[in-house]
Design a protein. Structure first.
Length: 313
């Protein structure tokens, strides 16, 4: 694809950012109130100008090439800086698409997101929060569908997670270390215990988050996933897992950080094992964070600190 000497327009960058976010040329066209042929032509012209293929087109929509992912990082920065200039000097409202976060199923991540949105103080905004599978978190951040991903590492999955991140051009940044706890219903007899052991859990249903086609224990959200359980139920969302804790007396293993405001019927009990959970955020290794992403991470640190956990960095 030969380069031309013509410059790239700000409009093309704005179009490209929306196409990447929507994963669809037609959806981005609808969002921006332009025709699909106009949007498609703008994307082809952009690729001609930069001399590289940026999008992979299919019947299901579009995905980014490796060059497209790198280009998107720079395009977003330009579009966001222009929006900040217009907001500051022309009195224009903030851009609607402000931050995307993908995370494993953590209460503190949701709590921090709530705090960030409440403090934003604008009449109009557009954020996204995806509680999803480990593999999808990495893909979301790789393709910049989300700017930040929240996930964990431990001695079992560390090498695999690190390799996946390296291959995707991402970096892991530690946030804090947590002692393993079991989450279970407040009415469960174990809830009154000061600590629990693996023997205490032997006859209870173990609840884990399903990882879909990538259901390897290296990508599990829970530590000790290599240990067998007599009863196990896989679920896809936090609401279901909490309902099963209440209805079936099941448990899951997590960080011990849980919001009474968001999850009042669930408690955390320390688990006696020689393990630690390292929680961190992932992002593009070659790109800096936007201001809004940094605000979100500040809220994560504030939430975690409120539980007496030492934050890192």
């Amino acid at each position: 694809m030969a380069k031309t000497t013509a410059s790239i327009s700000l409009q093309q960058l704005h179009y490209f950012v929306e196409v990447a976010a929507e994963g669809s040329i037609s959806a981005a066209a609808d969002l921006l109130y332009v025709s699909q042929p106009t949007m498609s032509a703008a994307m082809k012209d952009l690729e001609t100008r930069v001399g590289r293929a940026l999008l992979i087109r299919s019947a299901r929509g579009v995905t980014l090439t490796a060059d497209g992912t790198e280009f998107l990082g720079y395009a977003r920065q330009v579009v966001e800086q222009v929006a900040l200039l217009e907001q500051r000097y022309l009195g224009r409202p903030p851009a609607r698409r402000l931050l995307g976060v993908s995370t494993q199923h953590y209460s503190f991540a949701v709590d921090a997101f709530v705090r960030m949105v409440r403090s934003f103080g604008a009449a109009e905004y557009e954020f996204s929060l995806r509680e999803t599978r480990t593999w999808d978190i990495i893909e979301d951040v790789r393709t910049l569908r989300s700017e930040i991903g929240i996930l964990y590492r431990d001695d079992v999955n560390r090498n695999v997670i690190n390799k996946l991140l390296r291959d995707a051009g991402l970096a892991f940044h530690p946030l804090f270390f947590a002692e393993p706890h079991i989450f279970l219903a407040r009415k469960n007899p174990l809830a009154a215990r000061g600590r629990a052991t693996l023997d205490d859990l032997a006859d209870l249903p173990r609840l884990t988050f399903d990882q879909g086609a990538n259901n390897s224990f290296y990508l599990a959200e829970e530590i000790l996933s290599t240990l067998s359980a007599k009863q196990e139920i896989r679920v896809s969302d936090r609401a279901t897992i909490f309902n099963l804790m209440i209805g079936l007396g099941g448990y899951t293993i997590s960080t011990g950080i849980i919001s009474d405001d968001l999850d009042p019927e669930i408690v955390a009990v320390p688990l006696e094992v020689d393990e630690r959970i390292e929680i961190g955020w992932i992002g593009q290794a070659a790109l800096g964070l936007t201001e809004q992403a940094q605000r979100y991470l500040d809220e994560v640190r504030a939430v975690v600190s409120g539980f007496g956990v030492e934050v890192l960095g």
